[in-house]
Design a protein around this ligand. Structure first.
Ligand code: F0G
Length: 410
């Protein structure tokens, strides 16, 4: 049973009926937050109850999700991703307690699946058959998969520059792909306009208030996988800021209910060429300056972060920090994670590791701190990236002599 109370605007506080298909505040245009009745939850749910629930997955937390009709749920088995202790990477970084929450293990290879299960289920609850989304690629492929299972009609808007692997994944699931001559920021606005013009249910990240609720479950899982404790730091790559805000909300809720004794600090990381959240945070501003994104981490190439208010609030509330990393630092981190831990993540998915490296070097994070790095997306979604710095394959004649000549000691 869901304990949802109301939808509330994060800026002006106006409240809305959670059973209606609304997106943003009609008074000030800001994002809506799903508010639960924590008072009523206390005493009714306990850690023991969760311990007894079988699988670790996004849908394991009905009390904390805005789903009213479980008969409408469309799931591909999202969530329940491993929390892996990273001893080799930890040693390289000088950290004794480093963990990776490997979100690349979700059904479509990205944490977005946790949000998509909510978006598609809500579309069905609202009786909508046509949905749309704007995406840098991953949310698009994810929505396409869930919509295929639900048998809905899906229009996906992606910037022209989206890596072909992500486009091809969405194509495989049968979605209609609309490539836009422009960057993500224009693509996002176009998708909003198109949803209004054609009556499609809008699944855009940040715009759709229900998606973030799925992302909270990353935090719940981390706590449960750590014997009901939170790490000292959680490191998150940031684009629109939805994931960061969702993860922080999850920790806050578990703390609020007394499931964990302390909350983590959040370290948010953006690529230097696309870092409006980081800049605003460091300059202590309550608004962002939009930028023209320039980074090889296409998933994070977002010049107008659509969940800015929630993201900044989350960073501040968690006593967190934010920093940016260059594309070279991201590629080095990609290689480091893959070669030490066997986890191959796309550039946007590994930006947190690059940021963590910087934070440890700067002495911001202590060797003894427990750190959890969120690895958000699978490396196969942008397979060309590692070839920019990694050792290239050697082409040889099929002979031992040729191995000796070309492949030994290279
Ligand atoms: N990591 C990956 C792999 C992503 O695909 C994204 C966002 C992020 C991190 C950033 O998350 O926006 O919640 O701060 N991808 C979106 C998309 C924008 O359309 O797939 P955020």
């Amino acid at each position: 049973m869901s304990f949802v109370k109301i939808l509330r605007c994060v800026s002006c506080g106006k409240e809305f009926d959670p059973k209606k298909a609304i997106y943003c505040c009609d008074q000030c245009g800001e994002r809506l937050d799903v508010i639960y009745d924590y008072g009523a939850m206390r005493g009714k749910i306990s850690k023991d109850q969760f311990n007894q629930r079988p699988s670790c997955s996004t849908l394991r937390y009905p009390e904390f999700l805005p789903i009213f009709d479980y008969g409408k749920v469309v799931s591909l088995g999202e969530g329940g991703t491993p929390l892996t202790q990273c001893n080799r990477l930890g040693r390289k970084l000088g950290l004794e307690n480093l963990y990776a929450k490997d979100e690349s293990r979700n059904p479509t290879g990205v944490f977005k699946d946790r949000a998509t299960v909510l978006a598609v289920t809500k579309a069905l609850e609202f009786g909508r058959r046509k949905v749309a989304i704007a995406s840098t690629g991953n949310a698009a492929a994810s929505l396409s998969a869930y919509v295929a299972k639900a048998g809905l009609d899906c229009n996906v808007f992606v910037p022209e520059s989206t890596p072909m692997a992500k486009v091809s994944q969405a194509v495989a699931y049968g979605a209609k792909i609309i490539q836009v001559k422009g960057n993500y920021d224009r693509t996002y606005e176009l998708a909003v306009e198109a949803c209004e013009a054609f009556g499609w249910y809008n699944c855009n990240p940040a715009w759709n208030p229900f998606r973030t609720e799925g992302k909270k479950t990353i935090a719940y899982e981390i706590c449960e996988q750590s014997e009901w404790s939170a790490p000292d730091w959680v490191v998150v790559p940031v684009g629109n800021g939805c994931n960061l805000a969702g993860i922080w909300k999850g920790f806050k809720e578990y703390y609020e209910l007394g499931f964990i004794a302390k909350k983590p600090r959040i370290l948010g990381i953006q690529p230097t060429g696309s870092s409006p959240v980081v800049t605003a945070f460091l300059e202590k501003k309550d608004h962002f300056e939009s930028v023209i994104p320039k980074t090889l981490a296409g998933a994070l190439a977002i010049g107008k972060p659509r969940n800015f208010v929630k993201a900044i609030k989350s960073l501040k509330e968690s006593n967190g920090l934010a920093d940016s990393v260059t594309d070279d630092e991201i590629l080095e981190a990609q290689s480091l994670l893959a070669t030490t831990e066997g986890i191959f993540a796309e550039p946007g998915g590994v930006a947190g590791v690059a940021g963590l490296l910087k934070a440890v070097k700067a002495g911001v994070i202590d060797a003894k701190d427990t750190v959890c790095c969120i690895i958000t997306g699978n490396g196969l979604k942008d397979p060309e990236a590692p070839l920019k710095i990694a050792r290239k394959p050697v082409l040889i004649e099929p002979s031992i002599e040729s191995i000796r000549k070309n492949a030994l000691n290279t």
